[in-house]
Design a binder for this molecule. Structure first.
Ligand SMILES: [Zn+2]
Ligand SMILES: [Zn+2]
Length: 317
């Protein structure tokens, strides 16, 4: 645990995913304790969090406000647990009918998810184990029952600080970053990461053009009056605009690479194998597929590509 400002603490918590750690942030002031993101409901994560709170003389019940950046399990997993202990949980309104509903009613999207993969050329064997993986994740995710919707631009008064909600869709539809305007500090969630490019995927429950959303979010983040961004993983980002520009360039390069591979009509699955040739586990391959599909659909909406099917194959008109 590290104090970043008086009353603002960084709490890195281990997670059983490739990123290894999720960063939570604790705000304390004027008798209020708030947590930004919650980690996943594993014994290790919960125990780590409990120890951090104890260091500050606090327990789980003292957390009265939970701000969520988005619905991904490593950020949202314990939200329902804190809600059950009496905390108010805030989540951007765009997550409610999508990512949040995905956890509340997984069956609502199951059929559509399956169909999306198959329509885009995914072989059945690549989907084996998907139900088991999801069931295991669901055991570690405690969705909040009544999250309070956040709206872009609204200002929250939390633990003696003013936080402006910055809707930053792309990595998740209702991704929210929080700007401490007086301090010039951005709590960026997964919209900007120091070392990796945040995954931008098209799934059965997402908005139609997540890459377009993400590029707009990056431009917006680059304009914010933030001297530092503290993100959901890895270290702080000291040059916010520069990092946003690097990620914009990264996606420009990936779009060019995709076009380069389109010498003949191909499915999103085939193209994902070319765009991500490295060895990946089955879950990693599905993320690669969703990211490739997001790039293809971006190019299709821009009129650069067309598709035939289903099963869909993309081509240059
Ligand atoms: Zn995420
Ligand atoms: Zn994350």
């Amino acid at each position: 645990m590290k104090a970043l400002l008086p009353g603002l603490y960084l709490l890195p918590v281990p997670i059983p995913y490739p990123l290894q750690t999720v960063n939570l942030y604790l705000l304390r002031g004027e008798g209020e304790v708030a947590l930004l993101d919650t980690a996943l409901g594993t014994r290790t994560a919960r125990g780590t969090l409990e120890l951090y709170l104890a260091e500050l003389g606090l327990c789980f019940q003292d957390v009265k406000t939970v701000l969520l950046t988005h619905h991904h399990p490593d950020h949202y997993g314990l939200a329902g647990f804190f809600e059950g202990l009496g905390a108010r949980v805030y989540l951007h309104e765009e997550e409610l009918p999508r990512g949040h509903r995905f956890w509340l009613e997984p069956e609502a999207f199951e059929e559509a998810s399956w169909q999306l993969f198959l329509e885009h050329g995914t072989p059945e064997e690549a989907l084996s184990g998907i139900r088991e993986t999801m069931a295991k994740t669901r055991e570690r995710v405690h969705p909040p029952q009544s999250p309070i919707p956040l709206r872009d631009g609204e200002v929250l008064e939390v633990a003696g600080r003013r936080l402006r909600v910055v809707w930053t869709p792309g990595h998740a539809d209702g991704h929210a970053a929080f700007l401490l305007e007086e301090e010039g500090v951005l709590l960026a969630g997964d919209a900007l990461l120091e070392r990796v490019s945040p995954n931008v995927g098209l799934w059965a429950y997402t908005r139609a053009n997540p890459l377009k959303d993400f590029l707009a979010s990056l431009r917006r983040l680059g304009e914010l009056p933030a001297r530092v961004a503290y993100a959901g993983h890895f270290g702080p980002i000291l040059e916010v605009r520069k990092r946003a520009e690097e990620l914009l360039l990264h996606h420009e390069e990936r779009l060019q690479a995709l076009l380069h591979h389109l010498e003949r009509p191909q499915s999103a699955w085939e193209l994902s194998l070319k765009l991500f040739p490295q060895e990946l586990d089955p879950a990693g391959r599905r993320f690669a597929f969703a990211e490739t599909l997001a790039h293809l659909e971006y190019l299709r909406h821009e009129g650069v590509l067309d598709r035939e099917g289903p099963p869909y194959r993309y081509f240059r008109p």
